[in-house]
Design a protein. Structure first.
Length: 270
C-alpha cells in the first residue's frame, strides 16, 4: 500500500482519544502519538505509586505472585490498567494498539519502555546486550485474524529495533487455546495458561537473559507459563515487560511492601 493511501486510511489521530493531531507546533519533527491533553494524562499515570515498593509504576519492578512462582527476575511496566466508567488514557491506547495495525503507537510505547527495561536489566545481573533476547507472548490465531495484528509481537519488534536486541519468536500459541484468560478463575487460568503455549522447535536460549513482552499483564499466569518454557530452552533469567499491569493495581495498599514473597501463601486476590 502506498504511503498516501495509508495516511488516508489512518489519518494522524491521537492514539487514545482519536482527536486529529495537528502538524503545526512540532517544528517539522515527528508527529506525537498522543494529543497534548492525553500526553499530560499519560505522564501523570506513569507516576501512580506501587502499593508494594512505593515507586512510580514506571520504575517499579515488583512481580505478581504467578511471576514470582515462575522464578522471573523482575517485571517492568509503564502504567496500571484501570477499570472504571471513564477509561483513562492507557486503557484507550491499549485498545487502539490491540485493534489497529498502527506502528506509531507500538514505536512510541517501545520508546517509553526502553529506559525502564534497561534499568531492569542492570538490576538483573547486568548482562551484555549480546546475551539478551526478546520474546513475545503470541496472540491466538483467531484474534490475529480478526484484528489483523499481534500487539505483543509489534511491541517486541519495535523494542528490538530500538535496543538492537534480537527478537526470537520462541513461543507458539497452541491451536484452540484462544479462550479469554480474563473470563477464567485463578486456578483455571493457571491450568489453561500452562497448555496454551509451546516452544518452537530448536529454540536455543542457552545463556540468554530473555525480555518477555506482552501488552497487559493481569495475574501473570500466561507470562509465568511462558517463562517456564523459556527457562527450559536454556534462558538463564526471564525479565517480564508489559505496557500495563492490572495485578499491582489491585494489590495497592493490600500487600506488604516486599518485592518477593515465598510461594504457597494464600492469594490476596481471593
Ligand atoms: Zn488525545
Ligand atoms: Zn512496586
Amino acid at each position: 500500500m502506498r504511503a498516501g493511501a495509508v495516511s488516508l486510511l489512518f489519518p494522524p489521530r491521537c492514539a487514545a482519544c482519536g482527536e486529529l493531531l495537528r502538524f503545526e507546533g512540532f517544528g517539522g519533527g515527528e508527529l506525537p502519538v498522543l494529543c497534548p491533553g492525553c500526553a499530560r494524562q499519560w505522564e501523570s499515570e506513569k507516576l501512580s505509586a506501587c502499593g508494594r515498593c512505593g515507586r512510580p509504576v514506571f520504575q517499579c519492578v515488583c512481580l505478581t505472585e504467578e511471576l514470582t512462582d515462575a522464578g522471573c527476575a523482575g517485571f517492568c511496566k509503564l502504567v496500571y490498567y484501570l477499570n472504571g466508567r471513564q477509561p483513562p488514557v492507557q486503557n484507550r491506547m491499549l485498545y487502539h494498539l490491540k485493534n489497529t495495525p498502527d506502528r506509531r503507537t507500538a514505536a512510541f510505547l517501545a520508546g517509553e519502555l526502553e529506559e525502564p527495561v534497561k534499568a531492569l536489566l542492570r538490576q538483573s545481573g547486568d548482562p551484555p546486550l549480546r546475551d539478551v533476547a526478546l520474546v513475545f507472548i503470541p496472540r491466538s490465531r483467531r484474534a490475529v485474524r480478526q484484528t489483523g495484528t499481534d500487539q505483543a509481537r509489534r511491541l517486541a519488534k519495535a523494542l528490538s529495533m530500538r535496543m538492537g536486541v534480537p527478537l526470537i519468536p520462541a513461543l507458539i500459541r497452541r491451536w484452540g487455546s484462544g479462550r479469554q484468560q480474563k473470563a477464567l478463575k485463578r486456578r483455571e487460568r493457571r491450568q489453561n495458561a500452562g497448555k496454551a503455549y509451546r516452544l518452537r522447535r530448536e529454540t536455543d536460549l542457552r545463556g540468554k537473559t530473555v525480555l518477555l513482552v506482552d501488552d497487559i499483564v493481569t495475574t501473570g499466569a500466561s507470562m509465568a507459563a511462558a517463562a517456564r518454557l523459556l527457562r527450559r530452552a536454556g534462558a538463564v533469567r526471564v525479565c517480564c515487560v508489559a505496557v500495563a499491569s492490572d495485578d499491582c493495581n489491585q494489590s495497592m495498599g493490600v500487600r506488604p511492601p516486599q518485592l518477593r514473597e515465598p510461594p504457597g501463601r494464600k492469594s490476596w486476590r481471593q
